[in-house]
Design a protein around this ligand. Structure first.
Ligand SMILES: C[S@@+](CC[C@H](N)C(=O)[O-])C[C@H]1O[C@@H](n2cnc3c(N)ncnc32)[C@H](O)[C@@H]1O
Length: 257
């Protein structure tokens, strides 16, 4: 199960039309389960982890080898692929960067797009952001993010599950993107929308990425400057097939160039 999630993420198992249809059906299935049931499911099938990441001060409910679905057949998993049950290296670097530099998010309106487990949103809130919204198209990620807020003694953050890429942008001071450049179409749409956010509202955009091929080869890469690079903990290196570092980038978009 865990391996399948990693493979999907690495672009070796991109969704075809049938699979996308199945995801739609699953999303409908998810919507008829109560939040209470989903919370119980997450509680029963994850473990609370606080060490073994770049941000040991943040506790998260994640998949670990002690969880049933770590080894179970993926067909028996009742929801879309659980990206929210993994703390991705890009999100780890982003959250670490905010915790090390609280002035970056302090007092600002922050959007964590593709929040997954919600760690970057949590880091923004812990460092004094005035407003934080988490966004993920997976409704289970929204529930997991709220549960992870509670684990870290925060009130649950608002979590939006609409696909807001391409929509009229709100006036965010800061948009956080942890490990969001794993699919070329998504990266293209995201890139275009980020340019709109920046030109409309002067939004600052920070991207965390461990050097994935889809990111390194994308046009956006030429418009970024490096803010910080972190060596990944050994366990994260092991889980991510040889990735060793994760970098935080700032977007330098200049519309008149
Ligand atoms: C690889 S995970 C990264 C999660 C988290 N940012 C981290 O670094 O741990 C990518 C996340 O993006 C979400 N996602 C994919 N497409 C999206 C979209 N169009 N809008 C919002 N979230 C999206 C997925 O559901 C998944 O939770």
């Amino acid at each position: 199960m865990y391996r399948r999630t990693i493979l999907c993420f690495r672009g070796q198992d991109t969704l075809n039309a049938f699979q996308r249809g199945m995801c739609c059906l699953m999303r409908r299935y998810v919507s008829v389960r109560s939040e209470h049931d989903i919370k119980n499911f997450i509680r029963d099938n994850t473990e609370i982890v606080s060490a073994q990441s770049l941000t040991p001060e943040i506790s998260l409910r994640l998949f670990t080898p002690t969880c049933r679905f770590w080894t179970e057949r993926p067909e028996s998993w009742p929801f879309p692929d659980p990206y929210w049950a993994i703390y991705w290296p890009g999100g780890q670097a982003l959250a670490r960067y905010l915790l090390n530099n609280p002035e970056v998010s302090g007092g600002r309106k922050v959007l964590d797009l593709g929040c997954g487990c919600g760690a970057s949103a949590i880091a923004a809130k812990l460092t004094g952001a005035s407003r934080v919204v988490a966004n993920d198209i997976d409704p289970i990620a929204a529930v997991a993010t709220k549960m992870n807020c509670e684990l870290n003694n925060l009130d649950p953050l608002p979590c939006v599950t609409d696909n807001i890429i391409g929509s009229k942008p709100d006036d965010w001071d800061l948009i956080l993107l942890g490990d969001m450049f794993y699919d070329e179409d998504l990266a293209d749409h995201l890139h275009k929308w980020l340019q709109t956010c920046i030109t409309t509202h002067g939004t600052q955009v920070l991207i965390g990425d461990p050097g994935r091929a889809q990111f390194e080869g994308h046009d956006i890469r030429k418009l970024l400057h490096k803010l910080s690079r972190f060596e990944l903990p050994d366990s994260v290196k092991d889980e991510n097939y040889g990735l060793t570092n994760s970098t935080v980038w700032c977007y330098n978009y200049k519309p008149d160039l």
